[in-house]
Design a binder for this molecule. Sequence first.
Ligand code: KG4
Ligand code: ZN
Length: 338
Amino acid sequence: MKKPLILAIETSCDDTSAALIDGNCDVFSNVISSQEEVHLKYGGVVPELASREHIRTLIPIVEMALEKAELGLKDIDAIAVSANPGLIGSLLVGVSFAKGLAFSLKKPLIAVNHIFGHVFANFLEHKDMKFPFLALIVSGGHTELVIFSSAVEYTVLGKTVDDAAGEAFDKIGKLLGLPYPGGPHIDALASGGNKLATAFPLPMLKHKNFDFSFSGLKTAGMLFLKEKGTLDEAQTHDFAASFQHAIVEVLFRKTIKALERYSLKALLLAGGVAANSELRSTFSEYCNKHNVKLHYPSEEYCTDNAAMIGAAAQFKYKKKKFATLELNASSVKGMKLL
Ligand code: KG4
Ligand code: ZN
């Protein structure tokens, strides 16, 4: 095991997770407790219920992570926690716990931006990743295109001006009566459908900048469903495939434009939507053809998990970027490093 051993905590939304990860980004345990069942009947995450679930499960999850790794609190060199962005009540549970533990163990505390966590999830499985790279970050709350020149130097090229890509998947999933979050279910339905059945709008493609917009596309999907009334099975598959294709096409075209404009030869996909099968296959095909190195995490590390928070924390530990015990959580969206 390579020092430092970091205990990482993730409670930014509706997954409670704890992981133990060493200086080589080797994961000794990554325990995730999903709250999916708690929120199921509401069709989305209920913030207060999420915080209460984190309070209930966080300590047992940390104990499980230690047990699984066959390690004890005495072995830990630092404690890392997602401190922004996310649901404030959820973040506060993790941050308060991490501060208390750092205080009692007298160990450094590392605050991690959740979005950076998604990016650095890639280092868990691709230890040979080299800077610079372009990152397409696509989750339930974020859609951003960012150039990373190093672990601490980055330029945001563009972001969504309204809904995130994952949000568009989830809202349409809700209208189709799919369980929350709808993204993976639409992905599964799409595999049996014709993506060219309906040509949905491809927002912002004509704009010169690298910003995205998904709320118009979401409305187009809503209007389509309203007009058609009920869909039979084949129509549902076709709708899912066509709607998914519009999202993937916009993400793909903007991303390759950025790769070409900045002559970048490495691309990284991050966040829950990076698990989407059409997104992965579209980028794989392009990157193979154009000699661009493509990285994306395996499904376990795509959606929210603490191992990715630990991976981002390793970079901060090396630069001795520790938080004080006055650390506070922040729900403000964006990639600001704490
Ligand atoms: O990164 P994540 O776990 O949480 C946030 O930080 O938001 O991302 C969750 C998002 C949800 O919107 C979910 O529908 C989407 O990722 N997602 C997918 C797939 N798997 C997860 N979207 C499309 N296709 C998938 N296979
Ligand atoms: Zn996330």
